[in-house]
Design a protein around this ligand. Structure first.
Ligand SMILES: [Fe+2]
Length: 383
């Protein structure tokens, strides 16, 4: 039942349920740990959730030191500041409470706690994962949004200020020891952010499912994640206090991020371009291009067949057109855009957006082949 507590290991240990966050200190204490670093951000501090967690650590007689200065596109400076506190205060574990940013910074502090700097040494694009050893402190992640799924992921993204470059740090050892999915923690998320982060979770499940890779485990998760987003995202947007909808969306988000071990595709490649050029929210960018990208993917007969098979999952006919129409209805029902008219794209910038998207590593993973000019057409159709 979504309203009760469960323990799963697939593959991250998941503590799910209302109250799971305040149970965490006692679980950590069982490992003999007494002092840790809490990583969060100013917005979440304002909501008051970190204070509830600090009191839970207090109640167990444990010591928690807070670093709440994480910014929304986190930087290596955040990582160094948090690592300094971790070391100066002799912490032994890390808890991250937040959206993707505090969780990504927490994961990177975990690396820097036992590895030499700088952060860019571990840039995945340059094979930096080979330097990451399995000697890092325990790490616990508590998501406050249901979207990125970073709490079950093995990578982090930070901007290296000196180079003004976003870097992916990846290692299987960076996987959180426990992901705490507590629907009470997401109750205060406003409708706009619930919709934008939730559609990101939907697209993770959808693009992972459509990937042309043999991974039935991930496919099973992706279909369950899609079904949950379809049923519960509109409920969570309309009634944020609905604990069941919040819980189902946290599950859908974790399922999406687990499933996208298969990879993601063109939808995310274009969303990344929009975020870099216009600072568009990642979820909103994914929503805006979703229907047009699926129409493009549909031209590939194998992808069209997979889309058609989703009819059963999304409560419509097993027909690709009907599935795409249902996806369009989902996006509009949560007041997310289905075009790019509000972003301010000038005609002269469209080619640069395509160039960026075509060079995104995810573009080459897309199950329908993307050729020069395809992204330009997709964007033009959305203006
Ligand atoms: Fe995403």
């Amino acid at each position: 039942m979504p309203g009760s507590r469960h323990t799963y290991s697939f593959p991250t240990r998941i503590e799910y349920g209302p109250g799971a966050m305040t149970d965490l200190p006692a679980i950590i204490k069982q490992s003999g740990l007494r002092k840790g670093l809490l990583v969060s951000d100013p917005g979440i501090e304002e909501v008051g959730t970190p204070e509830i967690l600090r009191k839970a650590f207090d109640a167990e007689g444990m010591e928690i030191v807070t670093f709440s200065d994480v910014v929304s596109n986190p930087t290596d400076e955040n990582v160094y500041a948090g690592t300094k506190i971790y070391k100066d205060k002799n912490c032994r574990f890390i808890v991250a409470l937040g959206g993707g940013s505090p969780i990504d910074v927490g994961k990177t502090i975990k690396v820097m706690a036992t590895h030499d700097g700088p952060v860019e040494k571990y840039d995945d694009a340059k094979g930096g994962d080979r330097y990451i050893q399995n000697d890092m402190p325990p790490f616990y992640a508590i998501p406050t949004t249901a979207g990125t799924g970073s709490e079950v992921g093995r990578s982090s993204v930070v901007t290296v200020k000196r180079l003004n470059k976003k870097m992916i740090i990846f290692s299987p050892y960076m996987m959180p020891d426990i992901a705490v999915l507590d629907p009470k923690v997401t109750l205060s998320l406003p409708p706009g952010l619930t919709a934008a982060t939730g559609i990101d979770a939907f697209v993770h499940n959808l693009e992972a499912y459509l990937m042309d890779t043999f991974h039935p485990f991930a496919d099973g998760l992706a279909k369950e994640g899609l079904s949950r987003c379809f049923k519960y995202l509109p409920v969570a947007v309309k009634n944020g206090e609905n604990l069941q909808a919040r819980g189902e969306m946290l599950m859908a988000s974790a399922m999406g991020a687990t499933a996208f071990q298969k990879g993601l595709g063109l939808n995310h490649a274009i969303a990344h371009a929009l975020s870099v050029f216009y600072d568009t929210h990642h979820g909103l960018a994914n929503a805006a291009v979703l229907v047009e990208v699926m129409k493009f993917n549909q031209r590939d007969s194998a992808v069209a067949a997979k889309l058609a098979a989703l009819g059963t999952v999304l409560g419509t006919q097993n027909d690709a057109d009907a599935v795409i129409k249902t996806i369009n209805n989902l996006v509009t029902s949560i007041n997310m855009p289905t075009n790019l008219q509000g972003i301010g794209i000038e005609n002269s910038q469209i080619q640069a957006l395509e160039d960026y998207a075509l060079n995104d590593p995810l573009c080459s993973l897309n199950p329908a082949k993307v050729n020069t000019g395809d992204v330009v057409k997709i964007i033009e159709n959305l203006l």
